[in-house]
Write a protein that binds this ligand. Structure first.
Ligand code: SF4
Length: 99
């Protein structure tokens, strides 16, 4: 796996499990970042490939995964995948992102 980003343009992603339908689209698109847990909901994974089972946990991801992560945001039927800048917390992709 390529190294994850480490500068002011760092992005992190989190899932609102309250809205997740459990269809698994995100895990199909980006298995490096998303995974379904035994509860049937999607969670993000750490840089060490560990499933982060706390609701709303965030993780950074490599920029070469950005297209796939953004596709997941667009296809997510629960509209519950959020991508934000680490530096200021502004959501750049997701239901709360500016058009
Ligand atoms: S695509 Fe969205 S609704 Fe579907 S499993 Fe992933 S986070 Fe949940």
């Amino acid at each position: 796996m390529s190294p994850r980003t480490t500068n002011d343009e760092d992005l992190e992603v989190w899932i609102d499990q309250d809205l997740c339908t459990g269809d698994g689209i995100c895990a199909q698109y980006v298995p490096e970042v998303f995974e379904l847990d035994v509860d049937g909901l999607a969670y993000v994974k750490s840089e060490q490939d560990e499933l982060l089972q706390a609701p709303g946990a965030t993780t950074r991801f490599a920029l070469d995964l950005l297209t796939d992560v953004v596709d997941s945001v667009k296809e997510c039927p629960g509209e519950c995948i959020h991508v934000r800048r680490v530096s200021d917390g502004v959501e750049v992709y997701g239901p709360e992102a500016a058009d």
